[in-house]
Design a protein around this ligand. Structure first.
Ligand code: FO1
Length: 309
């Protein structure tokens, strides 16, 4: 069984490749909830939705988030009424948030996600990293900003100084995540090519997760989101630069520290300084479904080699 830790677009793409390689009961995608927030009284879980929409083949491939073929009547109407229109909720996407709001009256976020994913047609297991309230807060040159205020409202423009996680002292891994980490059938833990600071750090910060990854007999492998020092999507390069972390394999490996047993990097980084752990050199850019499946197969092969060492 494989556990994939994922954030938004990059994580969803590799998760989709892994889903193409593995039967449903052989994959658990554990998703960041640090970006979640309440908007118009609705619980918005961007990374869970990006992963579920992608696994269901319903995502907008250009934008990365949201649904393909979306319409925006709700946003136009809200704008006309003088409501907040900085965060775009498509008409069909809105239904997901309304359903989640109703499901959360009686169920955990894990169960609400399970039911929504099932209705969307997702076959593999998707779980939030935690069912407890965990919110990423960005410390910036404009002060402390709630995640989506920094990321969408301010378009990640403020200088990034640090990230912290509101609720982290109480947050425990979700039941599925917790059980998978103790499962003797766990074959590997894959850190998807999501933003290491915004998407993966909030998962690793949950009580006991980092320690359990370090102690796990299953190899822990990260796939770099950087190609030649640039991020495929989003502000990861800018953030690492502002934190003084180099965007090469060495910088990434030292950011994750002793959690990692192996690192997957792009061929463009063949000559970059490397960490003292096994490194797989391959093409990490996922242009389409075939590219996602090819990278997933390469990563799975690499984890098998690490297990057999
Ligand atoms: N990202 C944006 O840059 N602008 C938006 O208006 C926006 C709306 C949005 C709505 C639903 C959803 O699930 C995601 C949305 N995102 C939007 C993406 C999201 O804020 C970020 O990509 C993630 O939080 C980072 O992984």
């Amino acid at each position: 069984m494989i556990v994939a830790l994922a954030g938004g677009v990059g994580g969803a793409r590799l998760a989709n490749g892994l889903a193409a390689c593995l039967p449903p009961d052989e994959l658990l995608v554990v998703v960041n909830v640090g970006d979640d927030f309440d908007h118009f009284g609705l619980p918005i879980c961007p990374d869970l939705d990006t992963v579920c929409y992608t696994l269901a083949g319903l995502n907008d491939p250009q934008q990365g988030w949201g649904l393909a073929g979306e319409s925006w009547n709700f946003m136009a109407a809200i704008g006309r009424l003088g409501g907040e229109d900085w965060f775009n909720l498509g008409d069909r996407d809105l239904a997901t948030h309304v359903m989640r709001r109703l499901l959360l009256e009686q169920h955990s976020l894990s169960e609400a996600t399970r039911q929504i994913a099932d209705k969307l047609g997702v076959r593999h297991r998707v779980a939030p990293a935690t069912d407890d309230r965990l919110r990423s807060i960005i410390d910036s040159d404009e002060g402390r900003l709630a995640f989506q205020d920094y990321f969408v409202r301010r378009r990640a423009a403020p200088v990034f100084r640090a990230i912290s996680f509101d609720g982290v002292d109480e947050a425990r891994p979700s039941a599925a995540f917790d059980a998978a980490l103790d499962d003797p059938a766990l074959d590997a833990i894959i850190l998807c090519p999501s933003n290491p600071v915004l998407s993966l750090a909030p998962i690793l910060a949950i009580q006991g997760v980092r320690e359990r990854l370090c102690q796990s007999p299953a190899p822990v492998v990260a796939v770099s989101p950087f190609i030649g020092g640039s991020a495929v999507k989003g502000p990861a390069a800018k953030i690492l630069e502002e934190l003084g972390i180099s965007r090469d394999p060495l910088g990434l490996a030292s950011y994750f520290g002793d959690v990692l047993d192996g690192l997957v990097i792009d061929q463009a980084d063949a000559d970059s300084p490397r960490p003292d752990i096994p490194v797989l050199l391959t093409e990490t850019l996922m242009r389409d479904d075939a590219g996602q499946k090819r990278l997933a197969a390469d990563v799975l092969d690499f984890t098998r080699q690490l297990r057999d060492r």
